[in-house]
Write a protein that binds this ligand. Structure first.
Ligand code: ZN
Length: 405
């Protein structure tokens, strides 16, 4: 379906100032982990915005005062349903170079915490929905917006969404993507290695089992045996399989033989690997050491008490991927490049747990996310609205009988 004519008509209805004002309003509502109720206020704002624009909306309480907010434009039931997903939370301001919550405009940018990650992209999604809703166009498929809580910590909002049985034929996660798209990223697993020894007086170390010495053997084995294997695992969509030994604790005093060492690590894995295979690889190394050293005692513990954070691995030929790529091409005149350099996002849960083909695409430069100078270029923001608008029309299609502009 060639939707460019209709898109061109709707494009004329975009009022840049309205998009800017909406983004600034969202930035002005802090929604990080140290705010009482966290995303509550920003969720209410989105709810009110959708309601004021005559778009069906609901708040879904998740934890205490914290709620997801959803918005719906219903199609005629004969098309593909689209999910637009964005997280309502941000990281804390820490020490930013400017007032994080004023929404300052400078050199064509809007400045503030969440400007790019991801209140700007959320504003672009909401505004694209408003344009479509105002136009009176009847889509064939539904558009569902899900503003979710907690992505910067443990993704409680999207976890709830996938556990509640969300269904759609395609999804866009609007993380800022610098005009590149992602259809893959690595899964994320945090693990702890616990190495146990036996304490004794430091003057008589032969009476104990030194957990630090045992930990050294384990660390060396990981470095020599496991890391070279990971270096050979690469996916063009996801990048390199990696392991980072991140935190180590052990021992009490110099006069005591240490009886325990704990090592926390970050393991980023690609398709073909899984949480089970990741754990099994550590157990294999531990068992090999045990065979040679009966005193060696270690175990692997998962540090995650939430739903696993699986890789994102979407088929390049999925309709949603083709729709967004066509949108970018039409609007910018350039092919969107593929990136495999993303951290973990909610797209992993949506694609793996809910089985929805998912693409990451959003306005804003990812390099500014979480920084002291977070900002979004206003031109990018407007291009974001256009891209979502085109993608919705393309993916959901239009019922021409009811089409009137
Ligand atoms: Zn984000």
């Amino acid at each position: 379906m060639d939707i460019s004519k209709i898109y061109n008509e709707l494009n004329k209805k975009i009022i840049a100032k309205d998009v800017i004002d909406l983004t600034r309003a969202l930035i002005r509502i802090p929604s990080h982990e140290y705010v009482d109720g966290r995303e509550k206020e920003v969720g209410l704002f989105v709810y009110d915005y959708l309601k004021a624009n005559d778009i069906e909306t609901e708040l879904i309480p998740i934890i205490g005062k914290r709620a997801n907010v959803y918005g719906y434009i219903r199609g005629n039931g004969q098309g593909k349903n689209l999910l637009l997903n964005g997280h309502l939370d941000t990281v804390p301001p820490f020490e930013m170079n400017f007032d994080p919550y004023e929404g300052i405009i400078e050199n064509g940018y809007i400045l503030g915490r969440g400007a790019g990650d991801m209140k700007g992209p959320i504003a672009a999604m909401l505004y694209a929905m408003k344009i479509i809703n105002d136009s009176g166009i009847k889509l064939k498929g539904d558009v569902m917006f899900t503003g979710v809580i907690g992505e910067e910590r443990r993704s409680e909002g999207t976890e709830y969404l996938v556990r509640s049985g969300i269904k759609a034929d395609g999804a866009i996660v609007g993380e800022p993507s610098s005009y590149e798209y992602a259809i893959g990223h690595r899964g994320l697993e945090s693990l702890e290695l616990v190495i146990r020894g036996k304490s004794a007086h430091g003057g008589m170390p032969h009476l104990g089992i030194n957990a630090i010495e045992k930990a050294a053997v384990l660390i060396y084995a990981i470095k020599e045996q496991l890391i070279p294997k990971l270096n050979e695992r690469y996916s063009y969509k996801m990048g390199q399989s990696t392991l980072n030994l991140a935190v180590i604790n052990g021992g009490k005093q110099t006069c005591i033989v240490p009886d325990e060492v704990r090592i926390k690590l970050d393991r980023r894995y690609i398709s073909g690997e899984s949480v089970d295979s990741v754990i099994a690889e550590f157990n294999e190394i531990i068992n090999n050491i045990k065979e040679k050293d009966p005193e060696f005692d270690a175990e692997v513990i998962r540090l995650t008490d939430y739903l696993e954070h699986p890789p994102l691995d979407t088929d390049e030929n999925a309709v949603i991927v083709q729709s967004v790529k066509e949108a970018v091409n039409y609007i910018t005149g350039k092919e969107a490049g593929l990136t495999n350099k993303r951290g973990w996002t909610d797209a992993g849960l949506i694609s793996k747990m809910a089985g929805i083909p998912t693409i990451i695409y959003g306005p804003g430069n990812i390099a500014f996310s979480h920084t002291k100078h977070e900002k979004i270029l206003i031109d990018d923001l407007i291009t974001g609205v256009k891209t979502y608008l085109y993608s919705i029309l393309k993916f959901c299609e239009i019922e021409f009988d009811h089409f009137s502009i």
